[in-house]
Design a protein around this ligand. Structure first.
Ligand code: MLC
Ligand code: AMP
Length: 507
């Protein structure tokens, strides 16, 4: 079954109802959504893209960007969303690795993106801007607004999401139609979506959270979305009285609570506040409950598995725990020998189910490494069942995430792999070596910090180094702090002791 057809079943009967209301006062009906995705799907078909073609998209958030995603799915092609913060070197890698048949970018980036794409053999490069302009819409506008959604097999690819690797380059997680529609169906029930729900959407749509969890949730339920281009607390508060569901990374809730205008009255119609992509501090959970009178629902997911564990909608939501495995999803916590751990014993989190991805794009060895022989996907996260949570005890069937075995920093919900940043720093003149760590940050949860050792006799300037990094990598990966030191702490094996650095700089 095509994912779009599954979502479409949930669209309301009255197609003149509002599907998307934008921050600047535009209304898109369900009929607009269907017609626009048909026109765009007709355009993709007219380009005669080969079967299984990837459509790589790096554009600002807009309803049209969402329609392009849906059109790609309708036409049976594979959607490849890319963070707008990615710079030329990052884009070059994704485009060379995925070999998309079509790249869609914003017109301001067209000159360099088209060069990178053409060099990698991409036949078509079109533009889409967040003000309803660009060559993509110019061409699609002339085509028919009727399109018969392509029949796909459950196992056919719907999307590829690049996740940075702890070693080596980013890997493209291949998600199938079934991965995505089964997860959307499960979440619709589990989170108790009802007719009349309105989703306040302020997340980016180039990652799992904003696209597959938030947008799919509203679409499959036929619910209206209030569509904000980015997190803007004043706008959230303005639209909240007309909304019932909000999904965000923990920074959303930290910033809302810091605003004096956020209170019970503003949240009076809100049914559900959902948090994920990074750990929600127990302090945020408790303060929110006190101020707003309802607990945030925390859930746990990842690019390779979409959502796997969630606190219940009806039933106790436990601060400091991500909740119960979703219906149909199996989760286990195992020791070093892959033996299931008992309650309160810490081990590696593994998962199996219809939500688990097909593998990494053109990386069969990496795929094999990340699965156990009996087919469990190794999440790289570390956790336990039950145990201490929110100053009390979590029920024994609730999962608590206690850390990560992967060297990963999650800053404001974005993943940053220290190894990648260390690579860029180590390549700079005068640098002997570096260590990149995550340090606590009141707004982003964790922030990137770099500790750098100069070569003998070399003089380094932290500000100049940060300025150079800003020209090379996405802005959220830039260290918020860079310290120059004479050496790094090492253990007897010569390995850098990042735990000591974390302790040293944590305050
Ligand atoms: C922006 N900046 C960040 C940052 N976002 N720095 C660290 N971490 C981040 N996440 C930097 C910018 O470079 C800029 O630096 C400064 O902070 C302010 O930028 P901004 O654009 O004004 O920030 P803002 O719009 O406020 O964005 C913050 C944010 C945003 C938290 C709202 O990052 C965001 O929407 N995060 C959500 C990420 C997400 O959707 N993750 C889901 C992944 S899916 P300077 O120096 O230029 O001023 C996943 C699976 C799952 O993980 O379970 O869901
Ligand atoms: P990504 O690869 O961007 O999809 O990020 C997935 C990772 O985000 C997971 O492997 C976890 O480490 C982390 N994550 C997602 N949700 C939560 C959560 N609720 N609590 C803690 N970590 C989370």
């Amino acid at each position: 079954m095509n994912l779009y057809s599954v979502l479409e079943k949930g669209f309301p009967k009255d197609k003149s109802a509002c599907a998307i209301e934008t921050h600047d006062g535009l209304y898109y009906s369900w009929s607009d959504l269907e017609r626009a995705t048909a026109k765009l799907a007709n355009l993709l078909k007219s380009l005669k893209l080969p079967a299984g073609a990837r459509v790589a998209v790096q554009v600002e958030k807009s309803p049209e960007a969402l329609f392009l995603y849906l059109a790609t799915i309708r036409a049976g092609y594979v959607y490849l969303p890319l963070n707008t913060a990615y710079q030329a070197a990052e884009m070059q890698y994704f485009i060379e690795n995925a070999e998309p048949a079509l790249v869609v970018c914003s017109s301001k980036n067209y000159s360099w993106v088209s060069k990178v794409a053409t060099k990698a053999g991409t036949k078509h490069v079109l533009t889409l801007d967040d003000n309803r302009t660009g060559t993509l819409l110019e061409r699609a506008g002339k085509l028919s607004d009727v399109f018969k959604t392509v029949t796909t097999k459950d196992d056919d690819l719907a999307a590829i999401l690049y996740t940075s690797g702890t070693t080596g380059r980013s890997k493209g997680a291949m998600l199938t139609h079934k991965n995505l529609y089964s997860n959307a169906q499960v979440l619709q029930k589990y989170w108790g979506w009802v007719k009349g729900d309105v989703l306040l959407h302020a997340l980016p749509i180039f990652h799992v959270h904003g696209l597959f969890v938030a947008a799919h949730g509203a679409l499959i339920n036929g619910s209206k979305m209030i569509w904000l281009p980015r997190l803007d607390v004043a706008q959230l508060i303005h639209h909240m009285p007309n909304s019932t569901v909000l999904m965000g990374v923990p920074t959303f809730y930290v910033r809302l609570l810091a605003d004096k205008g956020f209170n019970k009255e503003v949240a009076r119609n809100m049914r559900l506040f959902i948090s994920g992509s990074a750990p929600l501090l127990t302090e945020t959970f408790n303060t929110f409950k006190k101020v707003i009178g309802q607990p945030i629902l925390e859930r746990y997911g990842m690019s390779e598995t979409v959502m796997l564990v969630s606190n219940p909608c009806k039933g106790p939501r436990v601060g400091g725990s991500v909740g119960l495995p979703l219906p149909g999803v199996k989760v286990r916590v195992v020791d070093d020998k892959n033996k299931p751990c008992g309650v309160n014993d810490i081990g590696s989190i593994q998962v199996k189910g219809p939500n688990v991805f097909k593998g990494y794009w053109r990386m069969p060895e990496k795929t094999a490494e990340e699965f156990t022989k009996d087919g469990w996907f190794k999440t790289g996260d570390v956790g336990r069942w039950g145990g201490e949570a929110n100053g009390g005890k979590a029920p024994n069937d609730y999962l608590c995430i206690v850390g990560r075995s992967k060297d990963l920093i999650i800053s404001g919900g974005y993943n940053v792999y220290p190894k990648e940043i260390e690579g860029f720093i180590d390549d700079m003149d005068g640098v002997d070596e570096s260590a990149v760590i995550g340090i606590p940050h009141p707004d982003f949860g964790e922030a990137v910090m770099a500790i750098v050792v100069p070569k003998a006799g070399a003089k380094l300037n932290a500000d100049a180094m940060i300025a150079t990094l800003k020209t090379q990598i996405a802005n959220f990966k830039i260290p918020k702090r860079l310290e120059i030191v004479s050496d790094l702490p090492r253990n007897a094996m010569g390995k850098v002791q990042k735990n000591i650095l974390r302790q040293q700089y944590s305050s």
